[in-house]
Design a protein around this ligand. Structure first.
Ligand SMILES: [Fe+2]
Length: 480
């Protein structure tokens, strides 16, 4: 099977270029709590003053450090539910819904029409650096869960999160069971102070990352994602580039041309993942952004037998290829292109085709140029587009992570353009502020990275346990 060769025409190229504790306390937590306690005496006076802002009824609370429990085991069950032990702050009542403001983020579509759809933005009513976010999360878990389900994403802004350890603590207050297993495609590094918080992608920030549901090509992707901006890319408000854009993939399902939706539903999607032992370092003329991760990084081992065992346990079909050495990891399988949402039962566009297709990288660069007017994105779009056209269109080579219809026939550049159009139409652009925390329903809402030449961007991510996809076929023609 060759990749889009037959369907790629000069017209296609032109079009493509143009559009394109007790329950979860671990020794780690205890030691972190200990370090928080260290700050307590230093801050106690100030914190008590701050408490009076949120809890006027607490004006008689004293700042005695002995009142701070040394571990969650010392808390009663009611206290544990309302635990607000944030770096020494103790209060019998956690911040409630009366202490926050909510709004919607203004989305700017390609035509820059302001639309207010999502995410829901939650901010402290009276700004203070000492709002106890983890206390709020724990005490208002049902409400936060409801908002994530309703809006697809909730952005906590103005809470001054500044370390991976803090991200983990705040997220665990909502979602105690995080996962650190990652079979995705981006190179990632763990962050100091946490075993569950990673750099979002160790890929230069001027490389776009197309919209996707995290690990949607796996039988069981993570149920939720948690991003945080430890360093926003721009100090200037409104400056474009570097956003973690979001898209409601329920809307993408509805906005696909009915014929294409039906074709996808009938033929299914086939993924072919090929990983060398080591990934490539991205260069200026990189056209295969899917080759950046090696299998030794993917499975955290150089032992091929162990890789086979892991794949057997995870039910991942695999084989070794690559001449005498047989060190090229290959996994090929078919997958449903759509899923029903596990809670709302709405159909969702649920696959990685737009990420794995070779036309995506130059098309996303062109999209970035249209938004930012940065000529460097246009030049890279043209150059990588031409090289990709020759390499993958004419010479029929394949990108490392390849996608086709389930029968092996190519998804054409035109069809991929239709998918991309439905995605771009529904994108919203979260312009990060340092200290933001973004909670995402990974079964309805995609994320991706808008490229930027700003060097300051530092975004980290954690994710919840996986949830098996339904694999019930979703009929492509059911929604007009
Ligand atoms: Fe991702």
């Amino acid at each position: 099977m060759n990749l889009c060769h037959r369907s790629f025409t000069v017209t296609g190229l032109v079009t493509f270029m143009a559009v394109s504790v007790s329950t979860f306390v671990t020794p780690q937590h205890v030691s972190r709590f200990g370090s928080c306690r260290g700050k307590a005496s230093e801050l106690s006076k100030k914190l008590i003053e701050k408490q009076q802002v949120f809890w006027p009824e607490l004006s008689s609370t004293n700042g005695d450090d002995t009142a701070i429990p040394t571990s969650r085991n010392q808390l009663t069950s009611d206290q544990a539910l309302l635990d607000t032990s944030c770096c020494g702050m103790t209060a019998p009542l956690a911040p409630s819904l009366d202490h926050i403001d909510t709004s919607l983020l203004p989305a700017s579509s390609e035509t820059d029409n302001a639309v207010y759809v999502f995410p829901l933005v939650v901010s402290p009513k009276n700004y203070t650096e000492n709002f106890c976010l983890r206390g709020f999360m724990r005490a208002n878990r049902d409400w936060v869960d409801e908002q994530i389900l309703k809006y697809g994403a909730v952005l906590f802004r103005g809470f001054d999160i500044d370390s991976a350890a803090e991200v983990e603590a705040d997220v665990r207050a909502l979602e105690p069971n995080l996962s650190n297993e990652y079979r995705g495609t981006s190179p990632r590094n763990t962050q100091e102070g946490s075993d569950f918080v990673f750099s979002a992608a160790e890929v230069p920030s001027h490389f776009p990352i197309a919209q996707h549901l995290e690990m949607s090509f796996l039988p069981a992707p993570p149920r939720r994602l948690f991003f945080s901006a430890l360093q926003a890319p721009h100090a200037t408000p409104g400056k474009k580039g570097g956003e973690t854009a979001l898209t409601d993939f329920r809307k993408v399902y509805r906005d696909l041309p009915p014929k294409l939706r039906e074709k996808l539903a009938t033929k299914k999607i086939r993924y072919t993942r090929k990983h060398k032992e080591y990934g490539f370092k991205p260069e200026f003329m990189t056209t295969d952004i899917t080759s950046l991760k090696g299998w030794s990084d993917l499975f955290d081992t150089h032992d091929q037998t162990l890789v086979e065992e892991i794949c057997r346990a995870e039910d991942t079909p695999m084989r070794w290829e690559g001449g005498k050495d047989k060190k090229l990891f290959v996994s090929e399988y078919n997958s449903e292109p759509f899923q029903y949402h596990p809670d709302t039962k709405e159909p969702v566009y649920f696959n990685h085709a737009q990420v794995f297709h070779w036309s995506t990288f130059p098309a996303e660069l062109f999209h970035a140029f249209r938004r930012t007017k940065d000529i460097r994105f246009l030049l890279r779009s043209i150059s990588t587009g031409l090289v990709s056209f020759v390499t993958y269109g004419l010479l029929r080579r394949r990108v490392s992570l390849h996608v086709s219809y389930g029968d092996g026939s190519p998804i054409s550049v035109r069809e991929m353009g239709q998918i991309r159009k439905a995605i771009h139409k529904n994108m919203v652009f979260n312009q990060w502020k340092t200290g933001d925390l973004l909670l995402i329903d990974n079964f309805s809402t995609s994320h991706g990275r808008e490229p930027t030449y700003s060097k300051n961007r530092k975004i980290v991510v954690a994710w919840s346990q996986a949830l098996a996809k339904s694999n019930d076929p979703v009929y492509g023609g059911s929604t007009a």
